[in-house]
Design a protein around this ligand. Structure first.
Ligand code: GAR
Length: 226
């Protein structure tokens, strides 16, 4: 059973999608060992408690220096003995020590099709504002492994979403969440929990199963071996 720790900062709808898909059996062989927030007011913490999950807030405001906060964040993760750290709307730069310790064991959901609209300064609504300002007709979401850069690690899954006339950043954010994020983040966890992906350099490849299989909502079929 893959033990996952979910890091959150806000509403926690992606956390909710993971909880629901574990409950429904769409994610197999994974359990949530705990939820960690940097923000004491994150509604995600309420969601965790409602589901009887261990939840902890590690706020930078409680520490004198960034280094002390970084150490506390790492300790909070370590004590849950996780196999995978899932950044589900976690708006904090991860300590370098954590990225090194958990190489290829941290994933992040980003609300655009990387490499567009990602990197420093692109998070939350800002991403959707930039997509609308540029006049893009297609956007989407990406799940990727976390490396030392910002949104630069190997891409696991992506899904495209149409921009519609009259979209506001809020409307577009909601559609990207509903049509892409809540689908591909749980799917990525399921693929990892069931040994279905490999990382080669900066590329993720899918391990093959006996039959061609649909991986995402788009027409991504691949063949496999197990
Ligand atoms: C999500 O849209 C997620 O993709 C984004 O924050 C939101 C969190 O929503 N993450 C980033 O922008 C990271 N760069 P949630 O708390 O309802 O899951």
């Amino acid at each position: 059973m893959l033990r996952i720790v979910v890091f959150v900062s806000g509403g926690g709808t992606n956390l909710q999608a993971i909880i629901d898909k574990i409950d429904s059996g769409s994610i197999k062989n994974a359990e949530i060992a705990g939820v960690i927030s940097n923000n004491p007011n994150a509604y995600a913490l309420e969601r965790a408690k409602e589901h009887g999950l261990y939840a902890e807030c590690v706020s930078p405001k409680s520490f004198g220096t960034r280094e002390e906060f970084n150490q506390a964040l790492l300790a909070a993760a370590d004590k849950l003995s996780p196999d995978l750290l899932v950044l589900a709307g976690f708006l904090v730069i991860l300590p370098r020590e954590m990225i090194e310790k958990y190489t290829n064991r941290i994933i992040n959901i980003h609300p655009s099709l990387i490499p567009s609209f990602c990197g420093k300064g692109f998070y939350g609504l800002k991403v959707h504002e930039a997509v609308l300002a540029r006049g893009n007709k297609i956007t989407g979401a990406t799940v990727h492994f976390v490396d030392a850069g910002t949104d630069t690690g190997p891409i696991i899954l992506q899904k495209a979403v149409e921009v519609q006339d009259g979209d506001t950043p809020e409307r577009l954010q909601k559609r990207v969440m509903e049509q892409a994020e809540w689908e591909i983040l749980p799917k990525a966890i399921d693929l990892i929990a069931n040994g279905r992906i490999e990382i080669e350099g900066n590329r993720v490849t899918y391990k093959i199963t006996q039959k061609a299989e649909k991986v995402g909502a788009m027409d991504w079929y691949f063949e496999g071996r197990r």
